[in-house]
Design a protein around this ligand. Structure first.
Ligand code: ZN
Length: 147
């Protein structure tokens, strides 16, 4: 699978969600929301978290924990391709952090590509952000308003 069709993890809610899935045996959307609130002091939108879990499930990165007695979901766990996805994301984050420290290169806040002379700046919330193009700014803006 190419990087382009992969699920993007571009905010703390998504990053923390996959980290929790990576360190727990299984996690429900509800437990993830509770941990986000407790550990990050952040109230994430339940719809946002559940939609992200749905995306992960559709990609085959997570599966429901099956219980024989009840039909209710006991949570999700990472599949082996899900674990590979988490490694890819963490590697990318590490690379981005290193890059930005080493060379102070600006990166697109939406897709993470390096920005040279030509880039687009937009104020979102109360932050001036840099993007490679207006499409990325638009994508970021719609994500931002969902949070
Ligand atoms: Zn971009």
């Amino acid at each position: 699978m190419s990087e382009i069709d992969d699920i993007r993890v571009q905010n703390l809610t998504r990053l923390y969600t996959i980290m929790l899935l990576n360190t727990s045996k299984s996690a429900t959307g509800y437990s993830i929301l509770k941990r986000l609130a407790r550990d990050l002091g952040k109230t994430a939108s339940p719809t946002y978290v559940y939609d992200f879990l749905k995306m992960l499930k559709a990609k085959g990165y997570i599966k429901d924990v099956k219980t024989s007695k009840t039909k209710r979901s006991k949570g999700y766990y990472l599949t082996s391709s899900g674990k590979e996805f988490v490694s890819r994301v963490l590697l990318r984050f590490n690379n981005l952090i290193e890059l930005s420290i080493q060379s102070k290169i600006k990166i697109c806040a939406s897709c993470g590509v390096k920005l040279y002379e030509d880039y687009y700046t937009e104020k979102i919330g109360d932050e001036e952000l840099n993007f490679c193009c207006t499409h990325c700014a638009k994508a970021y803006r719609s994500e931002y308003h969902q949070k």
